[in-house]
Design a protein around this ligand. Structure first.
Ligand code: C5P
Length: 317
């Protein structure tokens, strides 16, 4: 069995005495290939994850119990009880490391709830990194990824960040090695969310009825496009098997996608299980212009500019 925590030289666990603040990004899927439903209720995936510059922040302070407060996106809507992924992550880490789950946690959210940007998974990843530092549990990256995978399929990627291949149910992550390139995105955030399990059920239903497009399959074309470092080439390779499901559940997303195309985006797609739509721009200035046009078309709550790839969950101080 692996040692669940790394003692310091004198054998004591050393945590941080001051607050630990962690920043974590949102993700989009540049390619989301959904395979068959497995016996465990998950679908086999072939995906390319990409971390973008919309961030949540989680601050962990010492406390006598475990508590969570929040501000920003979703405040008043997101339950702050033990169903919350932040508290589940804190309990999971404490259980793994054999420590008491005592901390005062505060979440500042910019990533919308149920938006297809993995906001909840991002917050779980941030909690693991913050509490590991606060409690001095010193897990290796592999150990953190193991705890992360139990919390949700996207959580290991949010620890990792960058651009990465996801397989299995999405929890097996390997980095995509490419020369550094920044891609500029317009992120059209919808009013209200979509349920991820419902989107997966909907794609199964559409496929059973012959009403879904052909499955995307392998990530090879997308990976080759990334290596070419040309946004036009990347735009042509973007794809998401859950897009048909999201459009069936929220037909108005077709107007959002059309507005991005009309504004001159190089490509656009639904992010993950939606309803957020993302559009690839030629450069930063083009992204600003496209965002303004999409906002003027009134097809979403907000259009934001973001770039990627960015790091996964990282300690700010
Ligand atoms: O892993 P996570 O908890 O984020 O998944 C939420 C839900 O999305 C799962 O309960 C399942 O219904 C669906 N899902 C799936 N196949 C995957 C990932 C998620 O069917 N690979």
């Amino acid at each position: 069995m692996t040692e669940p925590w790394r003692p310091d030289e004198d054998g004591q666990r050393r945590g941080a005495s001051g607050p630990v603040r962690v920043r974590v990004p949102a993700k989009v899927n540049l390619h989301l290939g959904v395979g068959p439903l497995r016996r465990d209720g998950f679908h086999e995936l072939n995906t390319v994850y990409h971390a973008i510059s919309i961030f949540d922040e989680l601050t962990a302070r010492r406390g006598d119990t475990l508590s969570l407060t929040m501000e920003g996106e979703g405040t008043g809507e997101l339950a702050l009880d033990d169903t919350n992924l932040v508290l589940r992550a804190a309990h999971a880490l404490a259980g793994y490391a054999g420590v008491m789950p005592h901390a005062r946690l505060h979440l500042r959210k910019q990533i919308p709830l149920a938006g297809g940007l993995a906001g909840g998974s991002a917050d779980a990843a941030a909690t693991l990194v913050a509490c590991d530092a606060l409690w001095g549990t010193g897990l290796t990256r592999e150990e953190l990824a193991t705890v992360a995978a139990d919390l949700g399929s996207d959580v290991p990627f949010l620890l990792h960040g960058g651009t990465a291949l996801g397989t299995g149910r999405g929890e097996t992550v390997s980095p995509v090695l490419a020369r550094p390139t920044s891609w500029y995105w317009v992120v059209a955030i919808a009013d209200g969310g979509l349920s991820t399990p419902e989107a997966y059920r909907e794609i199964d239903r559409l496929r059973d009825n012959g009403a879904a497009g052909p499955p995307l399959g392998s990530t090879d074309a997308l990976l080759a496009a990334l290596r070419q470092r040309d946004p036009r080439v990347l735009a042509a390779a973007l794809g998401n098997d859950l897009q048909d499901a999201a459009l069936a559940m929220r037909p108005a997303l077709a107007d959002t996608l059309k507005a991005g195309q009309a504004a001159g985006a190089l490509g656009g797609l639904v992010s993950g299980s939606g309803p957020t739509c993302v559009f690839l721009a030629a450069d930063a200035a083009d992204a600003d212009r496209i965002a303004a046009e999409i906002e003027a078309a009134q097809v979403c709550r907000q259009a934001r500019v973001a770039y990627g790839p960015v790091h996964g969950a990282r300690i700010l101080y």
